[in-house]
Every structure is written in C-alpha cells, then in structure tokens.
Design a protein around this ligand. Structure first.
Ligand code: IDP
Length: 138
C-alpha cells in the first residue's frame, strides 16, 4: 500500500468544527478518501497507537488529549501519499508550519495540532489496520 497514508482529524479540530474544512483541503490536494469514520479513542487505544512515544515526557498529555473527544480517522490514497500528506499538514508545531498548511490554518499548539499523518509507508499500513477492517477500506 505504498500510495496510502493514514490520518486523524484530532479532537481540537473536531471540537472547533473543522472536519469539513480539513477534508476539503485534503481532497483539493488530490487525495482520495478510501475509508473514514468518526470515533473516540479509549485510553488503551491511544496508548497502543502512540506506543512509540511511550517514553517521551508528553506521552501522558498526548493520550489524555487524543481521548478527550471524537476524532475522524481516514485512509487516503495518492501517489507519494505519506510525504505529500506531511507536506500538506505542515510541521508538528503549528508555529513552525508553513503558511497554508492544515496545521498553520487550524492547529492551536504543538500537542493540539489538528491532524495526524503517518510518517512511513510501513506505519501507514499499520495505522490503517489499527482503525479499519480490510472490508472498510474501499
Ligand atoms: P507528528 O504528528 O508531526 O508526526 P510526532 O513527533 O510523531 O509528530 O508526535 C506525535 C504527536 O505528539 C504530535 O502530533 C503532537 O500531538 C504530540 N507532540 C509531539 N511533540 C510534542 C511536545 O513536545 N509536546 C506536546 N505534544 C507533542
């Protein structure tokens, strides 16, 4: 699935009513939505999803934030999906995100940063499978 990436619209952006704006930016940038759902992560889901960050000082806050409200999870398809999507969303810290990127437009802070984007093809496949059964990816 080299042309696939996985995203979440995070609780801050959902709470602020930006689901539609962000999905429009994503599809305008040439991504096809292969799967999408609104859901809320349980603590153990967020801990498992972000297990790679378990030793980082912000881990507890990250899990608390990601479970604080509903998210929209989606699988996206495009040539060069992982890299192009990270360009579209901008730097982790919205203060450093390039103008016009999703995080520059909608994120509040380095933790409440509006969207997730996979960082490799391997993680995109793992993250898509974490949230969606094969028959839910079209
Ligand atoms: P990424 O989402 O841009 O790939 P990562 O370094 O993988 O960034 O971090 C995962 C998530 O953890 C970030 O999107 C952000 O929500 C949170 N995070 C990263 N660094 C910090 C920090 O220094 N303080 C608080 N939260 C952070």
């Amino acid at each position: 699935m080299a042309n696939i990436t996985f995203t979440m619209i995070k609780p801050d952006a959902v709470a602020k009513g930006h689901i539609g704006d962000i999905l429009k930016d994503i599809t305008d940038a040439g991504f096809k939505i292969k799967a999408a759902k609104m859901t809320q992560l349980a603590k153990q889901d967020a801990e498992a999803f972000y297990a790679i960050h378990a030793e980082r000082p912000f881990f507890k806050d990250l899990v608390e934030f990601m479970t604080s409200g509903p998210i929209v999870a989606a699988v996206l398809e495009k040539d060069n999906a992982v890299a192009d999507f990270r360009t579209l969303i901008g730097a982790t810290n919205p203060a450093e995100a390039a103008e016009g990127t999703i995080r520059a437009k909608y994120a509040e802070s380095i933790d409440a940063n509006a969207v997730h984007g996979s960082d490799s093809d391997e993680n995109a496949a793992i993250e898509a499978a974490f949230h969606f059964a094969a028959k839910e990816i079209f």
